[in-house]
Design a protein around this ligand. Structure first.
Ligand code: ADP
Ligand code: MG
Length: 711
């Protein structure tokens, strides 16, 4: 039977059930159903004794005897409670329904096998509505080792598709389609990588014959899933490199050399030098660069960006930096304009609030090539903005921009879209450098940005002191205020940040305003000047307040998380985060990155209530223990899972059925390794032995998001 036929072909799947399977689980074909993998197994091979029971064991199987039975009156009706004991202890069995009938059927003094979920109350375990069988009966039956439990929804179980029904549908699907299950790896490949045959794997993932076979089936299917993702990403990278010709920045010219020798205000760190080398290799190769530059806040990405832009200009090209907010774009502009003082390089700023006259000037300068560097926001993406000769586009803080926008930058330059040209492949896109301060763990980066090359600045400029981080409870707020006064006395500035979480926006706003009021009371004018910035303000007002703080006119900045990204106020030395337990780790880390930018010792104070979930505790503790962005990212990934890390939603790469990029990272590395080896030996997959892989890949190209921006 054809695997692509709708599930209604399977015995036991009515049209109504098929509709539910689709609306609830997205299952349309037999193949989809075979690839609905169990998320756990009921292992009825194992028996527990009562003293082995733990809070986190979900379903358990126990042998014991009923020692007493009582009926307990409750508000409505009554419940039946039986004491069930083995040699090591006892638990309670509870029935809320059918008490009368069950009471009559229970036998005292004879051994039962019971099975069910445990509830814990005051340290006592009870099992509501257990499955029960007399040991004498149990022994007569053949026991299947492990039963699959499938993902389900409330609606499914309400409509009668419970675990048992699901199990039987999958079983029927297996029986009807088993012979049609297609292998995607050759026997040699399977031998080399110790992989089960696909049929064996599918069979044992649903109905494992043993723990050993289950483990092998899981390995095989995870490997396959990760292998094809890596293969696609690597291929895309290869295609980008061979198809997308790139401008060659072949020479280090006068502009770069002059700047490097006479204007660079500090020595580059080794990490900055290494990254620069990696980038120079890319831009000299003749292929388009697509590189991700990771570097913690304050690691000095800007100077690297500037040096690469100078290289572009030296070779006759223009360059641009795009940032997610006006404030960030202005800061880049100010910083870069300052660095370029005393050189002849023309740089300008384009944002949503650039006046029309200025805008026209910029457009003209870009088109005639006299404006060499443009810094700006999304405004750069507007159609009217055309460059004469854009050779390099840098995107700061990647996660705020989507893949589509990255793509749009490719088409910004007149020399690349030669509309009169019939020649295929005549268009040359600019080199793309994406900069992010949100470190992405290696495993995730490999899946998410597997088609980009990755560089990391993993070293901070010298003399930087770690931000001292402490966790304090709300009741210590007065002590914290005292500390702030001391710091302000020394001439420093201070941030106080409040959470803003969409679901409770009104309440958060109130918290912010209450906080603001109390800070005004504690820090009276005119001695203290306070800025406030939040999301409900007009952009112009926000900028005004922000600028007062940047210019040192105010000592305290009270804000919601709008200050999260990028602002640079080296004189600010304290970051107070209110309700810190409500922030995510990467957000906390980003916020902390706002201080510690100057030479002074800086501090981060995390304020929280006493009531903390265990995840919140871990987050706060991690912040206190380390300032290493990569370590923090790893913890974050473990806490939240890959689906919630910034930027992953847009990727589609992480819609994994069985593998988990965090837990299965060893398999991920192996899969990537063998995909690389395969492409090395047979770049076009034209060898007969790779024909199955090619076939699978071809069908993936039609459905997988990975190919979306390749024509
Ligand atoms: P980010 O990576 O967060 O964008 P920036 O580029 O803004 O970091 O750099 C942070 C600060 O460190 C800036 O004030 C910059 O001038 C300074 N800086 C960058 N590189 C070095 C270096 N090699 N030595 C000393 N200071 C540096
Ligand atoms: Mg930056």
């Amino acid at each position: 039977m054809n695997l692509n036929q709708p599930v209604t072909y399977i015995k036991g799947v009515s049209v109504a059930r098929a509709e539910l399977l689709f609306s609830e689980l997205g299952i349309r074909t037999c193949n989809d159903l075979l690839h609905l993998f169990p998320f756990r197994y009921i292992d009825k091979t194992q028996f527990y004794t009562i003293n082995q029971l733990q809070r986190n064991t979900s379903e358990v199987q126990i042998v014991g005897k009923i020692t007493s039975v009582k009926t307990v009156k409750q508000k409505r009706g009554s419940r039946l409670v039986a004491t069930f004991s083995d040699a090591t202890g006892s638990i309670e069995l509870v029935w809320f329904k059918g008490a009368k009938w069950i009471k009559d059927s229970l036998k005292g003094g004879v051994p039962y096998v019971i099975y069910g979920k445990l509830n814990w109350y005051n340290g006592v375990a009870s099992m509501p509505h257990p499955e029960m069988e007399l040991v004498s009966e149990y022994k007569k039956k053949l026991q299947t080792a492990m039963q699959p439990v499938y993902p389900s929804t409330e609606k499914l179980s309400n409509k009668g598709i419970g675990h048992k029904v699901m199990r039987s549908m999958v079983q029927n699907a297996l029986q009807q389609t088993f012979e049609s299950i297609e292998e995607v790896f050759s026997a040699d490949f399977r031998n080399e990588h110790k992989l089960l045959h696909k049929k064996e794997a599918i069979l044992n993932i649903h109905f494992p014959k043993s723990q050993e076979l289950l483990a092998q089936a899981q390995y095989r299917l995870k490997f396959e899933e990760l292998f094809f993702i890596q293969l696609q990403l690597l291929l895309k990278k290869l295609i980008n490199k061979s198809k997308n010709k790139g401008f060659v920045f072949g020479q280090v010219g006068e502009i770069f050399t002059n700047f490097y020798n006479n204007h660079l205000p500090f020595d580059l760190t080794n990490a900055q030098k290494r990254v620069l080398k990696e980038i120079r290799k890319d831009v000299g190769s003749g292929a388009q660069m697509n590189r991700l530059l990771q570097g913690d806040v304050g690691s000095g990405k800007t100077i690297v960006a500037l040096l690469v832009m100078l290289l572009a200009i030296d070779n006759g090209y223009q360059a641009t930096i795009m940032a997610p907010t006006e404030i960030l774009a202005s800061q880049h502009y100010n910083g870069i304009a300052e660095l370029l003082e005393g050189t002849d390089i023309k740089v300008d700023l384009l944002t949503g609030s650039t006046k029309v006259k200025k805008r026209r000037e910029i457009h003209a300068g870009l088109e005639d090539g006299s404006l060499q560097i443009l810094i700006g926001t999304h405004a750069i993406l507007e159609d009217k903005v055309q460059f004469q000769n854009l050779g390099l586009a840098i995107i700061d803080e990647q996660h705020r921009f989507g893949v589509a926008q990255r793509r749009k930058l490719w088409e910004k330059t007149q020399n690349s879209i030669d509309k009169s040209s019939e020649e295929v492949g005549g268009a040359i896109p600019p080199h793309i450098l994406v900069m992010t301060a949100t470190p992405i763990p290696r495993t995730l980066a490999m899946s998410l940005y597997g088609d980009l090359d990755i560089s990391a600045i993993d070293e901070l400029p010298p003399g930087r002191k770690d931000v001292k981080t402490v966790h304090r409870y709300d009741s210590h707020r007065l002590g914290v205020f005292k500390f702030l006064k001391d710091e302000i006395e020394k001439g420093r500035q201070v941030y106080v940040v409040y959470p803003l979480i969409q679901e409770s926006e009104a309440m958060d706003y109130k918290d912010l305003m209450d906080g603001y009021e109390s800070i005004i009371r504690e820090f009276p004018s005119p001695k203290y000047q306070i800025s406030i910035v939040h999301g409900q303000m007009k952009p112009a007002d926000k900028d005004y307040e922000m600028n007062r703080f940047v210019n040192g006119e105010t000592q305290i900045m009270v804000a919601t998380t709008v200050i999260e990204v990028g602002v640079n106020v080296p004189n600010a030395s304290v970051m107070v985060i209110e309700s810190a337990e409500r922030f995510g780790l990467s957000q906390l880390h980003q916020l902390r990155g706002r201080v510690g930018r100057g030479a002074e010792q800086s501090y981060c104070i995390l304020l929280s209530s006493y009531k903390l979930s265990s995840d919140s505790k871990t987050r706060l503790q991690t912040m206190v223990e380390t300032t290493d962005g990569f370590k923090i990212a790893e913890v974050d990934l473990k806490l939240r899972g890959p689906g919630n890390i910034m930027g992953t939603q847009q990727s589609g790469v992480l819609n994994l059925k069985i593998a988990d990029v965090v837990k299965d990272s060893p398999i991920l590395f192996q899969a990537r390794q063998s995909a690389m080896q395969l492409l090395n030996d047979d770049p076009n997959l034209s060898l007969e032995k790779n024909s199955l892989i090619l076939k699978r890949l071809t069908s993936l190209r039609k459905t997988s998001g990975i190919w979306s921006d390749i024509s």
